[in-house]
Design a protein. Structure first.
Length: 175
């Protein structure tokens, strides 16, 4: 019998997220000069910062290549940021080798087909409420929140709470 996602949360030490459709709602504003602008949820950012501060490894693997996204994520303390990743399994394997990651300790949140190969390998595959049906099928946890609307905060907060790393000290520190 497979474990429920709640039984896996205590062993998670690495969180990997896609950007478009997870940290954003998947939409982009296209300007005349070709610049693409994405919108991220600050509650997701708060949770990511808390995870970094709590000692969890937080990584980003995205097909997008916005330097604005990189800057935002670096500002949250995330150092492993892979942009322009079109075969995400390569970056996942690089992270595994670099940090000697065990798949059972990795949570990956994605929303669409390019995320599927990595999601099928990790200990806890998660997705937003509005993820593609194929991704929902491979996910052990489907957030009640949509991409860009707090799904990252939802899953990060659950991990930190179960591990005793989410508490009032965070709230006071980041107000």
């Amino acid at each position: 019998m497979d474990k429920s996602y709640k039984e896996i949360l205590p062993q998670i030490d690495t969180l990997i997220f896609d950007v478009d459709g997870v940290l954003t709602d998947g939409g982009v504003h296209v300007f005349e000069n070709g610049e693409l602008i994405r919108k991220m949820n600050v509650k997701d950012g708060y949770a990511l910062k808390c995870a970094v501060d709590a000692g969890l490894r937080v990584c980003i693997i995205s097909g997008g290549s916005s330097e604005g996204v990189r800057s935002r994520l670096k500002g949250l303390g995330i150092t492993d940021i892979y942009l322009g990743a079109h075969n995400k399994i390569e970056q996942y394997q690089e992270l595994q080798d670099m940090y000697d990651l065990k798949s059972e300790n990795v949570l990956y949140m994605g929303d669409d087909i390019p995320d599927y190969p990595v999601m099928s390998l990790v200990g806890l595959a998660c997705c937003p409420k509005d993820a593609a049906p194929e991704i929902q099928q491979v996910s052990q946890y489907i957030s009640h929140k949509k991409g860009g609307s707090g799904c990252v905060r939802d899953v990060v907060q659950q991990v930190l709470k179960v591990q005793g790393k989410w508490n009032d000290k965070f709230d006071a520190k980041y107000d």
